[in-house]
Design a protein around this ligand. Structure first.
Ligand code: UDP
Length: 238
């Protein structure tokens, strides 16, 4: 895939490229690449980037309207949007409403059990270490971030879960779990929700059939990934 000629490429991840748009803004470009198991399984899926951009844009706009400070500013092209430039906090926040994925493996429980209240977990964002889980105290002792910021991240994550779960429920979709990332915006120093909110980073189950409309289709090789993403897209008010 050709790089955007006019913008400096700052970072290339597994599913996105990040360019400098101007001194305060980034251009986030969604790639067609899909990976799983820490990059061990890898493929290209035509049009996945476009779909994930549309879905992320839709959720970020919804959250912005609900008063959540996200990095999304405006649409740019089929695969990209313009976002606030933030300094990344190297944590992944995992919110779980039902058991699935690594939680089931870790504790030997079956998938699809509902929790009495959302479980919030943190992982240290570090590919070499395989994003190990980290406790609140370890985050503070290692000075990954401050207690105030960690508390704010936790409270924003719970709000995001409430907003997205309610909306998706009205569309016959269960929000099983998802991953969020945060940064501090260069412009105003505020804690900001960044990255993406897409079927690559969330588990969405059809509430009637319990079928996956997310990356588990790829991880577990249970059908056509693009088709699942398109079904999800079709259910949203996009
Ligand atoms: N997730 C993610 N990136 C990661 C790890 C997890 O987007 O590096 C998402 C994943 O798609 C799921 C949720 O976070 O919606 C919880 O993932 P889990 O810890 O169960 O790990 P997985 O089964 O994805 O390895």
């Amino acid at each position: 895939m050709e790089d955007k000629k006019n913008f400096e490429l700052l970072y290339e991840g597994k599913a996105k490229k990040v360019y400098k748009f101007d001194e305060q803004k980034l251009l986030i470009k969604f790639k067609d690449d899909v990976t799983a198991f820490n990059g061990l399984k890898k493929d290209q899926i035509l049009n996945k980037g476009k779909i994930n951009k549309k879905i992320s844009k839709f959720f970020f706009e919804m959250l912005n309207k609900e008063g959540i400070n996200t990095h999304y500013i405006n649409d740019y092209d089929e695969n990209s949007f313009v976002a606030k430039w933030t300094d990344l906090i190297p944590l992944e926040v995992i919110v779980r409403n039902y058991t699935a994925g690594s939680f089931c493996k870790r504790y030997g429980v079956k998938k699809g059990l509902i929790f009495d209240y959302p479980l919030i977990e943190f992982s240290l964002k570090n590919d070499e270490l395989g994003d190990p889980m980290i406790t609140k105290d370890a985050v503070l002792l290692l000075k990954v971030t401050t207690e105030d910021i960690l508390d704010e991240i936790t409270s924003i994550s719970k709000k995001v879960n409430d907003i997205l779960s309610d909306y998706l429920k009205s569309k016959g979709i269960i929000l099983v779990d998802f991953k969020l990332e945060f940064g501090i915006s260069k412009n105003d120093n505020k804690v900001t929700l960044i990255d993406e909110i897409s079927p690559d980073t969330c588990r969405f189950w059809d509430a009637n059939t319990m079928e996956s409309l997310d990356k588990d289709v790829y991880r577990e090789e249970k059908g056509d990934l693009l088709n699942a993403y398109e079904v999800l897209l079709g259910r949203l008010d996009i």
